[in-house]
Design a protein around this ligand. Sequence first.
Ligand SMILES: Nc1nc2c(ncn2[C@@H]2O[C@H](COP(=O)(O)OP(=O)(O)OP(=O)(O)O)[C@@H](O)[C@H]2O)c(=O)[nH]1
Length: 558
Amino acid sequence: MSEVKVTEVARKLAILRQRFKDKAQSDILQLQRSAGRFRGGDIQGPDLVSVYQSLHRLAGSAGTFGYGKLGAAARALEIELKPLIETPDSGCRVLSQEVVTPAFIERVEALLDLLMRARQGTEPVHCAPERVDEPRLETKRVLIVDPDPDAAETVANGVRLHGFEVAVCGSLSEAVHYDWSGLASVVVKETLLDGHAPELNGCAGLTPMICIGTEDSFERRYQFAARGMDGFIPEPLSIPALVDYIERLSSEWADKGTGRVMIVDDDAELLEHYALVLEQAGLEVCGVSDPTRILRVLSGFRPDLVLMDVQLGKFSGAHLARMLRYDPEWLGLPIVYLSSEENRESQVEALSEGGDDFLTKPVSDGFLINAVKVRCYRARQLDKLVSRDSLTGLLKHGVAKQEILKEHARCQRMGQSSVVAMLDLDHFKRVNDRFGHRTGDVVIKGLSNLLRNRLRKTDVIGRYGGEEFVVVLPNCAADDARAVLQSVCDQLAQIVFKGDGGEFSVTLSIGMAPLHAFASSEDAIEAADQALYQRKQAGRNGVTVAGNDHPPERCADG
Ligand SMILES: Nc1nc2c(ncn2[C@@H]2O[C@H](COP(=O)(O)OP(=O)(O)OP(=O)(O)O)[C@@H](O)[C@H]2O)c(=O)[nH]1
């Protein structure tokens, strides 16, 4: 996040803090009026309830805005008052004499002092956003650090064929001056890690670092881990295996820093505060203050996680959580209550209705960021397990078809053009027969990685069957799609794979069709499949567009 943006966030947080202070002051004045009545022996049930609610609000929010002592004092009073609120009228009258003592009333009156003292700066206030510099990854650029320029260039060329931009450095001191932001990985030759490697101090956590080396032993691996390496890959180096490693690490890292969070809280200042803090840490946030809008917002925003207050005016967060689970689509959605409820029994009760966890208010900004990121990360990993193919990480057949259906509907609605394409590796059976199934798997992963890197983030890429893939290029004219898909064929053909029986390369056949031009997504897929069949008939290795009158040019059969 830029300095300007950090200052802007700090400015907004300061405004929120002032709003909280004004509101808290009027709440506390109200509390003092009630305390005055209590002193005169006028202790009424409704008055007690409203005092309890004000204390509860202060206890939950004051800490977040930097008034820790005020929050703690309100919390202590709230806890003492709670049994009174839960006791029937007759018992309440007896109990109130024991609880609402002169000392209790004095403590209520002293709340204003705690608010004012903080204003005069006698209470340290930690309200500025805690800066959390997260690595923001684009999985496109790789830095190779190897003192041997020829070896470095060979690796770089291999990795480039998989769709990455690659830069090369000869030493760590040169590497640390390179811009690491947005790197998918830094690949380091093992010899550079012998000795102290002080250049790497402070680099851990910036971007995934992978070591390549000849000696694969416990001692060596441990040494690399101590130097901050996130991965190790032994030589002789297989470029597809290295690319696969880079893909895996960079996708894990990218997931760690991101997430979509929906916050449901009827306290406007708190809601805005949480949203600013989380957005500043790189999360996408959608705030909902009116619980009746939850379902509508959920469908549009599709969060990884919901943070929900337990009491939202007349609505109970626990009931809302139960209601969300009516829809199978939201059965797996993690719901975390953000509440000042500390009582374990009440927490368990709320959890049993459909929530997954509790974060007790007030939470520090840093704790909130980490707690949310960890939960978003887990939710995304789980979602991947369900919707993604385990070998390639691409969308599974059914999920891909759903996405194509959605894109078809979008095209119809917006009048835009998109392209659907079916891709099939050529003579793949021969690869398996000659080099074995495991080598065949490396080829399938190689093509998946190439597709991920060559296509846009918004494109749909699915594994349709064994060695068959489907892609959708939204908002793309047929000529542009054809050029991109042809370049995928060309790049794949240049990649050299290694198997037990020697080196080899593979080719790819593609059939494509304009998604928007068909009445249904099924029809468009069928047309792309027919075009793929034509390409296979006409010699494979290339792209055929559905509906082209003349048969495709015949290519040399791979
Ligand atoms: N290694 C590996 N092979 C697979 C996987 N899924 C399917 N296959 C293999 O892919 C091959 C597909 O062979 P065919 O359908 O005959 O097609 P082909 O040999 O690619 O020939 P053309 O498509 O006509 O060019 C079969 O040998 C399958 O076993 C997989 O996950 N891993």
